[in-house]
Design a protein around this ligand. Structure first.
Ligand code: E4P
Length: 216
C-alpha cells in the first residue's frame, strides 16, 4: 500500500502506542504541536526519533532561507529519517531549492493554493501539506483545494507527494484517500476512532460470551 499515514503529535505516549499498531509511517509535528509538550525542541525530536523507525517531520522556525537551511542541517543530527517542514513563501521556497541540492527531504507546509503547491514542487520538495480543516474553517472547500493540487500534480507528472494535513476525522481521512493524496497526517484520537466500530465491539462481546457459555 503506497499511501503513507502519519500521526500528528509530539506526545511520546501517543506516538509509542500508535507506532506499535504497525500501520503508521512516522510522526509529523509543527511549532504548536512541539510547544504543547513544554520541552526543549532538540531533546523532544531526539526522543521522537527513538520512538519510531518511521519519518520524523519537524518544522524550521527561522525567519529566512539561510536560517532554515542551518536548522535543516541540525535536524538531521537529531533523528535518522527527518523530513524538514518549511513554511510556504519566498524564503521557504528558497530554502527548499537549496536543501534539494543537499539531498535533504523537505515538505512545504501551510499550502493554501494550487499555485503555491506547484511552486513548492518546482523547488524540489518531496511533499506539500495543504490544510484541509483550516480551509473548511473559513467556509471554503479543503477537498476542492486538495483535489485540485492532486490533479495538477498528476497532470504534470510531478514526483512531489501531497500529504493532507489538518485532518479532523476518520471520514476526512477516507475522503482524502479517495481524492488521491499520497499521505495523510492526523491526530491520535482520529486514528484510534478509525480503528474502532461499535458493531465490532458488540460482535466480539457476543463471541466471547458464547465461548465462555460453552465452557471452552
Ligand atoms: C501538520 O502537521 C499540520 O501542521 C497539522 O495537521 C495542522 O493541523 P491543525 O489545523 O488541526 O492545527
Amino acid at each position: 500500500m503506497n499511501v503513507e499515514f502519519y500521526i500528528d503529535t509530539a506526545d511520546l505516549a501517543q506516538i509509542r502506542e500508535a507506532m506499535s499498531w504497525g500501520v503508521l509511517d512516522g510522526v509529523t509535528t509543527n511549532p504548536s504541536i512541539v510547544a504543547r509538550e513544554k520541552r526543549g525542541f532538540e531533546e523532544l525530536i531526539r526522543d521522537i526519533g527513538r520512538a519510531t523507525t518511521g519519518k520524523v517531520w519537524c518544522e524550521a522556525v527561522g525567519a529566512n532561507a539561510d536560517a532554515m537551511v542551518e536548522e535543516a542541517r541540525a535536524f538531521r543530527q537529531w533523528a535518522d529519517r527527518v523530513v524538514v517542514k518549511l513554511p510556504m513563501g519566498a524564503e521557504g521556497v528558497k530554502a527548499a531549492s537549496r536543501l534539494a541540492k543537499e539531498g535533504i527531504e523537505t515538505n512545504m507546509t501551510l499550502v493554501y493554493s494550487v499555485g503555491q503547491a506547484v511552486l513548492a514542487a518546482k523547488a524540489g520538495v518531496q511533499y506539500v501539506s495543504p490544510y484541509l480543516g483550516r480551509v473548511d474553517d473559513v467556509a471554503w472547500s479543503g477537498a476542492e483545494l486538495i483535489g485540485g493540487i492532486a490533479r495538477t500534480f498528476s497532470r504534470l507528472s510531478l514526483p512531489t507527494k501531497v500529504i493532507a494535513a489538518s485532518v479532523r476525522g476518520p471520514q476526512q481521512v477516507l475522503d482524502m484517500l479517495n481524492i488521491g493524496v499520497h499521505a495523510v497526517t492526523t491526530s491520535y484520537p482520529v486514528w484510534a476512532a478509525m480503528m474502532k466500530h461499535p458493531m465490532t465491539d458488540i460482535g466480539l462481546e457476543g463471541f466471547m460470551r458464547d465461548w465462555k457459555e460453552a465452557g471452552l
